[in-house]
Ligand binder design. Structure first.
Ligand code: FES
Length: 63
C-alpha cells in the first residue's frame, strides 16, 4: 500500500477493514478513533458502533 492510500476491504460475514491513515469522527466532528487499521461493523450487532466488537460471530450474518 502506498502512503496516503486508504484501503477498505469487505470481510465476508464480518466488518469493513479500513487500512491506511484514517480518522473516525462523530457527528460533532470530535475524533473518536485514529489509526492505521480500523474495523467497522457491518452487521449492526456491535455494542461499540461504529466499530466491530466481534458480535457478528454470534449472529447469522454471511454477507
Ligand atoms: S461486523 Fe463485527 S460486530 Fe458487526
Amino acid at each position: 500500500m502506498q502512503n496516503n492510500e486508504l484501503n477498505v476491504t469487505v470481510i465476508k460475514g464480518g466488518p469493513l477493514k479500513v487500512e491506511g491513515d484514517c480518522k473516525i469522527t462523530n457527528q460533532s466532528g470530535e475524533t473518536i478513533k485514529e489509526g492505521e487499521k480500523i474495523f467497522l461493523c457491518r452487521c449492526g450487532q456491535s455494542s461499540n458502533k461504529p466499530f466491530c466488537d466481534g458480535a457478528h460471530k454470534n449472529v447469522e450474518f454471511d454477507q
